[in-house]
Design a protein around this ligand. Sequence first.
Ligand SMILES: Cc1cc2nc3c(=O)[nH]c(=O)nc-3n(C[C@H](O)[C@H](O)[C@H](O)COP(=O)(O)OP(=O)(O)OC[C@H]3O[C@@H](n4cnc5c(N)ncnc54)[C@H](O)[C@@H]3O)c2cc1C
Length: 559
Amino acid sequence: MITDHDVIVLGAGLAGMRAALEAARAGADVAIVTKVHPIRSHSSAAQGGINAAIGETDSWESHAFDTVKGSDYLADQDAVEVMCQEAPRDIIEFEHMGVIFYRAPDGRLGTRAFGGASQARTYFVGDITGQALLVTLYDQILKAGVKVYEEWYATALHMEDGECRGLVALEMVTGELHLLRSKAVIVGAGGLGRLYEPSTNALICTGDGYALAYRAGAPLMDMEMVQYHPTTLAGSGFLMTEAARGEGAYLLNSLGERFMKRYAPNKMELAARDVTSRAEATEIAEGRGIDGNVLLDLRHLGPDVILRKLPQIHEMALDYLSIDMIEDPVPVRPGMHYQMGGIKTDVDGATVVPGLYAAGEVACVSVHGGNRLGANSLLDTIVFGRRSGKVAADYAKNTPASTGGEVLLRNEQERLRELLSRPYTGETNAGLRLELAMMMDKLVGLYRDEAGLREALDKLEGFKKRYQTIAVGDKGRVFNQALTFSLELGYLLDCGETIIRSAIVRTESRGAHTRTDFPERNDAEWLKHILLTCRGEEEPELSYIPVTITRWQPEVRTY
Ligand SMILES: Cc1cc2nc3c(=O)[nH]c(=O)nc-3n(C[C@H](O)[C@H](O)[C@H](O)COP(=O)(O)OP(=O)(O)OC[C@H]3O[C@@H](n4cnc5c(N)ncnc54)[C@H](O)[C@@H]3O)c2cc1C
């Protein structure tokens, strides 16, 4: 089947749905393609909140400075200024759409403290903020008449004369491939957390959007910047929101010490995430951990705060570790959480490929640089989702409809047929995926060095070869998740390669990228972004662009 729209949005998380809503408001015929029901997107798992400088005592400049400092000066300051200036109006708009944010006792919108912020500016709904925003936005896109292709799985972008003009997607319930043509495409396909094991990310966060855009010619930027969150639950890797520390929780080592006093004497538990994660890793490495973990202690907050403001993580600790955080501390460790890098865009979501836009975690505007501040990602999704929706709709107005694409559709049909017809070799996609993810955690995680990264690249090359021969176990048409898992593994391999290659090149330590062989930040050489452009099966092309500095010169970063 071939269908035409003005704008196609890939992804129904906060970025995708916000983009779709704005494009529809601008008069475009908009469709969303999503591999899961919209409200199952990973945005629904966001717990802690969303940042904005709204109160009289706060200012967008202060929010922007904290963001730039948090980024270890790698964020582009013009983009950060846009995000922080526009944050208040986006939060108020969500409130008007029906999100019931927490209210302080005086009846005004209330905030909580978050890491790396000079004052409390995180707005929230208990510890289900992402879900509250997402369901509200879903109502809005239905009201605006956006068409949703739900449980449709994108396999390739449709390129015509160097412009992006739609995509091919697998309708999972029938197994049929379709060509969806458009005048513009906005990629809001979320993160790549499952490239690492363990990770706080949902199983659907497999980097599809990065790989699809990369293969279509859009460069990926800052890919070496992978965030480890300081508080993921021992064993499962589930997230224990930073809001716990925002509400006052302590981090303790095996001696019962609040060890952050040695690493961030001013901010203590609310230092930026890269700093806190490294502090925990040091405590554990020096023998002051407890079975490879440290402790998150909420007991002094009392049952009222825990049950009213943090009910979800209270329940998670009970369900998964049988620990009641009202009575006992919870073992936590640093775990993979977020990708700061992504498809390089300008502040309107535009990539270098005409007709191709990106927003949300998959994009790199770049507002997070080397390290994202907690509660700035939800903000990134809605500010830049909105802006890209408007600009893509305007672009579509002046662009003629696409007439091609049948060849791509046939090629994709052939590619999937080949995947399904491969003979079983004894190796499984799931096995290879786990091997890849454990390798990334071990060699391309919190600490990196040249030898480990070279080993990782060798391993990855081997994985890519093995991937070419693995059979798909299920040969059926209906909801063939073995097939989509196999496609996802291909996307993950592309993402892994770009992360490793960028990490090898950046011979300094900045933000989340810690090179034990280059422990210092080196502004003279490395105050710049690394971009990788795909060249088919050859090595990607490497290029650099300077960081945009508007008003904050790099300083020594302490908390
Ligand atoms: C556990 C957790 C807690 C977090 N808490 C916070 C927080 O409190 N505050 C904060 O600011 N940030 C938080 N973050 C980060 C933030 O939630 C995410 O970065 C953000 O929600 C990403 O939104 P998105 O719209 O870019 O993508 P997502 O919400 O991940 O949506 C991606 C969409 O793309 C679709 N998609 C992907 N691939 C395909 C394909 N091949 N075909 C079709 N559709 C596809 C999916 O179906 C989905 O609809 C948290 C993240 C996690 C994992």
